[in-house]
Design a protein around this ligand. Structure first.
Ligand code: 2AM
Ligand code: CA
Length: 266
């Protein structure tokens, strides 16, 4: 089966178009490592260029839709009914260092609920997509979360803390706590791909504090449609775009949540 909502078609086309210049930009990174200016400014412009292509493509079809993006902010603020949630390069630090673990992430939200999403790693040519009620796919093949039963056998992926975080110590102690209760923890540098990898069973679970909504919007529907559980903890109503998130297969979700809530588990 294939996904065929108009929104999915629009997003995948926009991603394919944006990825062409992004692939070229990634190829340039190696040359820039040795140039005087360095890759910092270059990445910012690659980010902006990618975002502009995505916005232009999506706006052509629906100029009135709201858009939340990492670089530009919020467009058509009053439209809360239909919104695109865009992260042009998720995994910027990887991109900057020539590591091919980054993705374009685009979600589509209706009345505040994510209805479909696409995460595209253009270097690996892996496109993850899902729409509500129709399952999740990697390059048109159906994907499912892993079937791992015990948290102690799980490979769990996470990210952060960011340099500016005020809760660095808490995040580090959480990392230790989780590490002591699972098989292994990974930090891969792209929240969107972390979630996509849980969706297709490469990882068993993902958690992260202080992550931005645009990093995970598409991941939420992809992971849910792959049979995973997603929930948010310690939400702050003053910062609705900042999230603390747990996503995993259904077997280990409760125990992982308990660990993160610092309750004892056996
Ligand atoms: P980015 O690559 O688009 O910046 C890495 O753990 C993940 O955290 C990436 O998805 C990264 O997105 C995101 N990230 C980067 N800076 C962040 C910040 N200040 N707050 C929250 N998440 C951030
Ligand atoms: Ca991001």
């Amino acid at each position: 089966m294939r996904l065929n909502s108009p929104q999915i078609n629009l997003i995948t086309k926009a991603c394919a178009k944006a990825s062409r210049s992004l692939i070229r930009d990634f190829g340039e990174i190696e040359n820039l490592q040795v140039s005087k200016k360095g890759p910092g400014d270059f990445v910012t412009s690659a980010d902006k260029r990618t975002e502009k292509i995505l916005i232009d493509e999506l706006q052509k079809a629906h100029p009135e839709y709201g858009i939340i993006t990492e670089e530009t902010g919020i467009i058509n603020k009053s439209n809360l009914k239909n919104r695109w949630i865009i992260d042009p390069i998720d995994g910027t630090m990887n991109f900057l260092n020539g590591i091919p673990q980054f993705a374009i992430s685009v979600g589509y939200e209706e009345e505040g609920e994510i209805k479909c999403g696409v995460i595209f790693n253009p270097i690996m040519n892996e496109m993850f997509c899902a729409e509500k009620g129709n399952g999740a796919f990697l390059n048109n093949k159906r994907i499912r979360v892993s079937n791992k039963k015990n948290l102690k056998d799980a490979i769990v992926v996470t990210g952060g803390p960011k340099g500016a975080s005020k809760i660095r110590e808490k995040i580090f102690s959480e990392y230790v706590n989780i590490s002591n209760n699972v098989s292994n923890v990974r930090k891969f540098g792209s929240a969107a791909l972390d979630m996509a990898y849980v969706a297709c069973g490469r990882f068993d679970a993902y958690w992260q504090r202080e992550i931005n909504y645009w990093d995970i919007a598409a991941g939420i529907i992809i992971l849910k449609e792959a049979g995973g559980f997603v929930n948010f903890f310690e939400e702050d109503i003053n910062f609705p775009l900042k999230k603390n998130i747990i996503g995993s297969n259904s077997n280990i979700h409760e125990k992982l949540s308990e660990l993160l809530n610092k309750k004892d588990i056996e």
